[in-house]
Design a binder for this molecule. Structure first.
Ligand code: 1CP
Length: 370
């Protein structure tokens, strides 16, 4: 028995999925309730997360499949989320390209040697062996798919090329992203070269996650908002499209259909384009009105979002009212409830629970009336 326990389980014979509302909503199919999950649902707002992470290096935690599995499962033990997202970080890709990234307490991710000029692209690994460099993420996904016992689907993810490029040049978080935007104005060719390199790795990385057991994929373009429409159309959208098209084509050939979500934060000007970019779901931040997002995307895609994360500071009854209005705006079909960005670390977990319950309760009633 002990031998059996120790044996590594591969990406096959996964337990049967018992709650597929999230996958059905992503495909625009009917559901009994609106599915809900939260970006950053595994995070510091949970005491068990803080206890588990205490004293451990962030990226060492990311490299441990057992730790990632535990952190992914923690929020599911508390709340009735309809999906889980693998615990990892978008910055594992710059690491795979050979860059040093550290998580500095109180400061966030830090690159000691960011890219400064186009010559610095030569420092990046030209042909990344994704299986070797990021195999630990694939292992975490496979392990978690087994341990989740079919309770809910598991989402894999990646940062989008522009967002990763901006971190690699800024060397960390930034308000203006002026160093990265300087490249767009001054070194357009080198910028496209870097974005292409990232796109190639991201495509392989996402396909590897599906092979390992991911049942949906989300691409985070968290820094879309700093680009205006012109730069978004040149430096973000073509790469987002390319990623979805290449991943979908490859999966189709293997007879697989894995829903893909694009979340381009603050890119409200691009909602129409994003709804025609080969993704099944467009994730929205809270700066866009649900009904107008529906109208502008014309029922071509499912939508995900978009309650202001700060609305979770409101009393529970107020959260329930806000959720009801949000559901009325989006409608219950082809809709996945979420926040417009991640859960903040100082959030009361009880209010996250109230959000999840409100989505389920109100949507069940609304669907019954249809
Ligand atoms: C919980 C966490 C993560 N990353 C970081 C933290 C906090 C630090 C800690 O726990 O020690 C540092 C961590 N990692 C990053 C940041 C932002 C830094 C900044 O720009 O200021 C921080 C604090 C970079 C990052 N990392 C991520 C994004 C995209 C989403 C978003 O826009 O927030 C971004 C931009 C993705 C991410 N990151 C993480 C997940 C896990 C799954 C879940 O959501 O439950 C995911 C999906 C995990």
């Amino acid at each position: 028995m002990l031998e059996d326990d120790k044996r590594e389980e591969g990406p096959k014979d996964f337990p049967q999925l018992r709650n597929d509302t999230f996958l059905r909503a992503a495909r625009g199919e009917e559901t009994e309730h609106v599915p809900v999950w939260c970006m950053r649902q595994a995070g510091r707002y949970l005491t068990e997360f803080r206890e588990f992470r205490a004293g451990k290096d962030f990226f060492e935690t990311c490299q441990s499949p057992e730790a990632c599995c535990e952190l992914t499962l923690q929020p599911l033990r508390r709340f009735g989320f309809d999906a889980a997202i693998i615990f990892s970080d978008i910055l594992v890709i710059p690491q795979a390209l050979g860059m040093d990234v550290q998580m500095v307490a109180g400061k966030g991710p830090t690159f000691p040697e960011p890219l400064k000029e186009p010559e610095d692209l030569q420092r990046l690994t030209a042909k990344v062996d994704v299986g070797k460099e990021l195999g630990y993420v694939f292992k975490a996904i496979t392990l978690t798919r087994h341990k989740i016992e079919g309770k809910v689907p598991l989402i894999g993810f990646s940062g989008a090329p522009w967002t990763l490029m901006s971190y690699m040049i800024e060397g960390g978080g930034s308000n203006t992203h002026s160093k990265a935007k300087r490249w767009l104005y001054r070194h357009p060719e080198a910028s496209h070269m870097l974005l292409t390199m990232l796109t190639d790795v991201i495509v392989e990385y996402l396909l590897g996650q599906v092979a390992a057991g991911a049942q949906a994929l989300q691409v985070f373009e968290s820094h879309a908002g700093i680009l205006g429409p012109v730069h978004f159309n040149e430096y973000s959208l073509p790469y987002l499209r390319d990623i979805a098209r290449r991943v979908k084509d490859e999966l189709k050939e293997a007879g697989q259909d894995v829903p893909m979500i694009v979340f381009a934060k603050d890119a409200h000007y691009a909602v129409e384009d994003l709804s025609q970019s080969h993704y099944d779901v467009v994730g929205l931040d809270w700066t866009i009105d649900p009904q107008s997002a529906r109208e502008r995307t014309g029922g071509k895609v499912s939508l995900q979002g978009n309650m202001d994360p700060c609305a979770l500071y409101a009393p529970k009854e107020r959260i329930s009212d806000i959720v009801k209005k949000m559901l009325e705006g989006f409608g219950t079909r082809g809709y996945i409830a979420n926040l417009g960005h991640g859960v903040y670390p100082d959030m009361d977990p009880e209010n996250v629970g109230a959000f999840v319950e409100a989505v389920h309760q109100h949507s069940k009633q609304m669907i019954k009336k249809i």
